[in-house]
Ligand binder design. Structure first.
Ligand SMILES: *Cc1c(COP(=O)(O)O)cnc(C)c1O
Length: 406
């Protein structure tokens, strides 16, 4: 039975302190509460942290993916390769601009797309030129992005990293250490600031890039396709007055864009959250290490996902791989047993090509790595306010749910 004394542990949740509350209160009383100074300040803070040339903040991570697809100028009928294990938004972004999705398989243990599964996807039948690949840093881990980049470049593909799980992750290529979001192996990277992610703005998203062209495309996509920069104006008669000065009311719409703005109130929360990001990430990493040590007792029925060498992950999720058949318990039974003990868990993710929308569009695709990952994965609670005792509680409850003698 659930002990009423013990708090429910969701699989993830935000960390909000008094300084976050104060920052939001100050922002809401500010002169501008949207599209103002806090938004730019937040973007500059993201640039400093990631090392990217430009960060563009927006309404949510899904909008960030859509903006990236718009900045790439993907056309209807062109194809984007997306790993099968991700949140639906990664694939949907391609569909928003009319592009088609080819799903790549993933490594059955890490859940990550590899150069090999990307090569298989490139060779898969499909109509329309493959233009782009959207790798996903599942759980906060980065796979072989250098291998993926080399293969993508050989095929002339642009690369957008879905780094919604990986704000704060660093990874090694050879002896060099890279920051996710710096775009050392991609054209753009996107982040989400949803409450369960590494830090939150309530709802929020960010795209980073090193390219001024993509930065400009992102700005158009966020703001209705509108520019107010005089040197970009196309209609000189409408734009400029007698003295050749730009008319003060004037703006031009060049593309079909969206209103994907984020507010100053949200960005004030983001800035306050970023100030303690390192502490929150360290806590996630410490909890992950503690889980890993405690879960050794449940081996071999329960294993942690393999760690990418040289990658210091932000650990958005703490995923274990469970041999449910060998344990004689279904995943639903295990999740229900955990819930009865006040412990939340979740499955990240149902393979996206299995969603009825995508099955209707593309039929059945055989992706054995994704199927094997999906069959075994379970996300256990992980958020900075968890205690070491909470980790022990989760591991003990999991052992009981799987009928593993203590
Ligand atoms: C959270 C998430 C998104 C979407 O972010 P939102 O801010 O919720 O729109 C996209 N991709 C992945 C992998 C995510 O986890």
């Amino acid at each position: 039975m659930a002990d009423p004394e013990l708090p429910f542990l969701p699989y993830g949740r935000q960390s909000i302190d008094a300084d976050d509350v104060a920052a939001v209160a100050r922002a809401v009383e500010g002169e501008t509460i949207s599209r103002g100074a806090q938004v730019s300040e937040f973007e500059r803070a993201i640039e400093r942290r990631t090392g990217a040339q430009t960060a563009v903040a927006c309404a949510n991570g899904t909008a960030a993916l859509h903006m990236a697809a718009l900045a790439l100028q993907l056309q209807p009928g062109e194809r984007v390769i997306v790993p099968a294990i991700t949140f639906v938004a990664t694939a949907n972004a391609a569909r928003y601009v009319g592009a088609e999705v080819t799903f790549a398989d993933v490594d059955p243990d890490s859940g990550l797309m590899t150069p090999e599964t990307l090569a298989q996807a490139l060779a898969a039948p499909g109509t329309g030129a493959v233009r782009s690949v959207f790798p996903v840093h599942l759980n906060g881990q980065v796979g072989d992005v250098a291998g993926i980049r080399d293969l993508a470049r050989r095929h002339g593909l642009s690369i957008v990293e879905d780094a919604a799980h990986a704000f704060g992750t660093t990874y090694a290529v050879g002896t060099a250490v890279h920051r996710v979001g710096a775009c050392d192996h991609a054209d753009m990277a996107i982040f989400s600031a949803h409450p369960v992610k590494a830090f939150t703005t309530g709802e929020g998203g960010i795209v980073t890039t090193r390219s001024s062209d993509f930065a400009s495309g992102l700005a158009f996509a966020r703001n209705h396709g509108i520019t107010r920069e005089a040197d970009r104006f196309q209609d000189r008669d409408l734009a400029f007055g007698a003295s050749n000065a730009p008319n003060p009311w004037y703006y031009e719409m060049h593309e079909l864009g969206f209103n994907y703005w984020i507010t100053d109130i949200q960005c004030a929360l983001g800035l306050s959250q970023l100030a303690k990001l390192e502490r929150m990430l360290e806590r996630r990493r410490a909890l992950a290490a503690r889980y890993e040590a405690a879960l050794a007792a449940l081996s071999p029925l329960v294993r942690v996902v393999p760690r990418t060498p040289g990658c210091v992950a932000a650990w958005h999720l703490f995923v274990v791989l469970i041999d449910f058949a060998a344990a004689g318990r279904s995943r639903a039974e295990v999740m229900n047993a955990l819930r009865a003990r006040g412990i939340g868990s979740q499955v990240h993710y149902i393979p996206v090509p299995w969603q009825p929308y995508y099955r209707r569009r593309y039929g059945d695709v055989s992706l054995p790595g994704a199927a094997a990952y999906y069959a075994r994965c379970l996300s256990l609670p992980l958020f900075p306010a968890m205690t070491d005792v909470d980790v022990g509680r989760v591991v003990a409850a999991l052992g009981q749910a799987l009928n593993i003698p203590a």
